[in-house]
Design a protein around this ligand. Structure first.
Ligand code: ACM
Ligand code: ZN
Length: 762
């Protein structure tokens, strides 16, 4: 690798030096995403006619077709490949790093490449260099030298929770290819639908591909309500072959995922005999984790091996993903067959039994010349000898696997789960929860800092995942994928990743237009007004800003007992330099609601912020236990800014704690008669967020001598009446130490999410 890098440098220096003989205009950022390793712009440009010649030196046919179609579809340029002396010339060269290419644009365009894949990458870069204005297509003179940083640049799509048609999958592949992703992880089976035709087991699709109902709204909203519509679908083997070929033509490998032993309810609806109980259940219509999984008996393993036998005939990929995540051991503990397998094979517990299950699959795949990859739960109970780990519950799984000298793909939910919200805006469509901004994706580095240099060679790369519980159609899929996929592409491809600000500028100035041209329903969240709350000596202030400098915002406030402006309804035009103050002192002792709406051209509906104003706003809070950095966007101000965390979970308002005991103290600044203490807790078990066990409130006049109120059960809208005098209010929260078996995140410490604390005084 070192040597290859050296060769690349020499090769780059050579071209850079040649380039220096021509007139260098300025070293500006390239319009290509992901950004190439080297980009040097020179003076002048070439104008494309509507009919250009391309010199074809054994260019692979699929690349010719791709180039031809892209030029036609995006720029209405026709091209022919039979010219001896074309405007664009391609040259394959040897002794350069794998997948590297250069583009040298002078009076003509010379592309050199080391592999067919890199030729394809060069073409995608070339397309992005073309500027189109009023029907005139130009390309600036420049030099590009490039190669990928990571070999695994993945995107995942769950087609079980919602089905996507062949044409929709192909559009996703087109978009992935355009931004140089090369692995498509196709999540084909799960509890809510089996999507791949298996000829030996026709009921998998006849029964398993269809569910009778689907939960409405968020699964955390209890009681769940269901629509009664039958929905589903599957891909025939011919369709799958067609898609695999389609992806190959764009230099994308498809890694199929066949889930086992958990997330198997759709398969077990068709063949209940392979579960532990044999009981008939339907295909699941709720999102979550379910106790009925494959039994570990030989018949169930053989069933999966026979399925894989057909899967291997359809997918040439070296890697085959077998899931392995979120498999509750509830049934295995009670199943005579599973217990017999454990006894006969001297297996110590049910985690080791899962390892035994996976090892049999690993042996089969290895014998067929393939490689098993699974979610990081496959580490539990012992990692199978040839297994590669996909780390999703943070980095830890990836770190452990690399230390055991196993290959890993990093896909931590903190940076890679595109089903999470990308903004906390009230206008955002329903999502699973979480908060993953474009900027956070941009900071993703697949190499965990805990690894030594030797261990990092086991990190193949990274991947973004699109789980589709809350993504019912292609429009929403595109919205969740873009522009975050571009930030991910940067993190996985770029050797010299520019800073976030220049990436953001590049999106706004260029790539958004490209996405529109490709008819992508991308999110414009980065253009939305951003609200920021600050604590000042005048009280809490709201600052509104946007990436468009000097944008003016029309802000309206209704029900206004709090705002320094005197009218009950205020309409103001603010710029990013102004601050809007909530005046704590003018508020009454009870909580009152004020609604702030902010209008901006990019927003279809105005942003709405509901502020609960009371005498707690802006008071100092000190933490004895800090919130975890992952969920600590505003620090202590979050608890007293008047804005309650959204339910179902959304955005960055909630503070997240992962300790057994959480303690913080609020200072009322003077001794007051306290009537009531209110605290918000979040319950979102699917996201590992649980109500704590209990809450105890302590009161003090001097911050030294404390009186404890009685310990109370925590509820989502916790409230305790007090009727005592105090200046300091200390809150002690005790959480559960483990998520129970059978739930998402079983065995992990649950999160406690808190927002907001309100003290009602007399
Ligand atoms: C996963 O998100 N359950 C891998
Ligand atoms: Zn069993």
């Amino acid at each position: 690798m070192q040597k290859l890098r050296f060769i690349l440098s020499i090769y780059t220096i050579f071209f850079v030096s040649c380039q220096l003989f021509t007139q260098v205009k300025e070293v500006k950022q390239s319009p290509i995403i992901p950004n190439p390793t080297v980009f040097i712009q020179s003076e002048g440009e070439i104008e494309f006619s509507s009919d250009i010649a391309i010199c074809n030196l054994n260019l692979p046919l699929e690349i010719q077709i791709y180039l031809q179609n892209q030029l036609k579809d995006l720029f209405k340029i026709k091209c022919n490949f039979n010219s001896e002396n074309g405007l664009i010339q391609f040259k394959k060269i040897v002794n350069v790093p794998t997948d590297s290419y250069t583009i040298n644009i002078t009076d003509n365009i010379l592309i050199t490449y080391s592999s067919d894949a890199s030729c394809f990458y060069a073409v995608t870069s070339l397309i992005q260099l073309i500027e189109s204005q009023s029907g005139i297509n130009t390309i600036s003179k420049c030099f590009v030298s490039d190669s990928p940083k990571f070999e695994w640049r993945g995107m995942h799509l769950d087609v079980s929770r919602h089905f996507f048609t062949v044409e929709e999958v192909k559009k996703m592949l087109d978009l992935m290819a355009f931004y140089k992703f090369n692995k498509f992880h196709w999540h084909l089976t799960d509890d809510q639908g089996w999507r791949i035709e298996i000829k030996q087991f026709p009921k998998l699709t006849a029964i398993g591909a269809w569910r009778d109902s689907t939960v409405i709204g968020h699964a955390n909203t209890i009681p769940n309500q269901y629509n009664k519509q039958r929905e589903g679908g599957f891909y025939t083997q011919d369709q799958i072959k067609d898609i695999v070929k389609y992806a190959q033509n764009k230099y994308i490998t498809i890694i199929p995922e066949i889930e086992m032993p958990g997330h198997a309810r759709a398969a077990l609806a068709a063949y209940p005999e392979f579960s532990c109980t044999g009981k008939q259940h339907g295909v699941e219509g709720l999102w979550g984790v379910f106790d009925d999984i494959y039994c570990s008996k030989k018949e169930s393993i053989d069933f999966n091996l026979k399925i894989l036998e057909e899967v291997l005939t359809l997918f040439p990929s070296e890697y085959i993903h077998i899931g392995g995540d979120e498999a509750p051991k509830t049934r295995w503990k009670e199943c005579a067959n599973c217990q017999k397998v454990m006894k006969e094979n001297n297996i110590k517990d049910e985690h080791a039994l899962q390892s035994y299950f996976i090892q049999q699959i690993d042996r089969y795949l290895t014998a067929k010349g393939r490689k098993l990859i699974g979610w990081d739960e496959i580490l539990e109970g012992g990692l199978s000898p040839n297994a590669t780990v996909m780390s999703w519950r943070g980095e830890q799984g990836g770190i452990e696997a690399a230390k055991q000298k196993h290959f890993v793909v990093m896909s931590p939910s903190s940076h890679c789960y595109f089903d999470h919200y990308q903004t906390s805006s009230s206008t955002e469509p329903l999502a699973i929860g979480g908060y993953l901004t474009l900027e956070k994706v941009y900071t993703f580095n697949p190499i965990p800092s805990a690894l030594t240099a030797q261990e990092t060679v086991f990190v193949l790369g990274g991947q973004a995942n699109l789980w589709t519980e809350y993504i019912p159609n292609m429009k929403q899929l595109e919205y969740m994928m873009f522009p975050r996929a571009l930030a991910m592409a940067q993190s996985l491809w770029c050797t010299n990743k520019p800073n976030y600000k220049s990436f953001e500028n590049e999106l706004v100035n260029h790539q958004f237009r490209v996405l529109s041209l490709m008819k992508v329903n991308y999110s414009k969240a980065i253009l939305y007004p951003k609200t920021n709350l600050i604590r000042t000596n005048k009280g809490i202030g709201l600052v509104v800003s946007s990436i468009k400098q000097d944008e003016k915002f029309e802000i309206e406030m209704v029900e206004n007992p709090i705002v320094s402006y005197s009218n009950p309804s205020v309409i103001k035009t603010l710029t990013s330099k102004d601050t809007l103050f909530f005046d704590r002192l003018s508020s009454s002792n009870n909580t009152k609601l004020a609604t702030i709406t902010i209008k901006s051209d990019v927003l279809k509906k105005p942003l709405r912020i509901e502020v609960n104003t009371n005498s707690t706003i802006g008071l100092p809070v000190s933490f004895a236990t800090s919130p975890n950095v992952k969920f600590n966007n505003r620090g202590d101000l979050a608890l007293v800014d008047g804005i309650r965390g959204a339910r179902p979970w959304k955005g960055d308002e909630w503070l997240g704690f992962d300790q057994d005991t959480i303690e913080f103290t609020l200072d009322l600044l003077a001794v007051k008669k306290i009537k009531e203490c209110k605290i918000g807790f979040l319950m979102a078990n699917g996201s590992w967020i649980y109500l704590p066990k209990n809450v105890t409130i302590f009161l003090s006049k001097d911050n030294e001598h404390w009186n404890s109120l009685h310990k109370s059960k925590a509820t989502e809208y916790f409230s305790q009446f007090v009727f005592k005098k105090a200046r300091y209010v200390k809150v002690k929260v005790v959480s559960n130490s483990k998520i129970p078996e059978g739930k998402e995140g079983a065995g992990f410490h649950p999160w406690t999410f808190i927002d907001e604390i309100e003290i009602i005084t007399k």
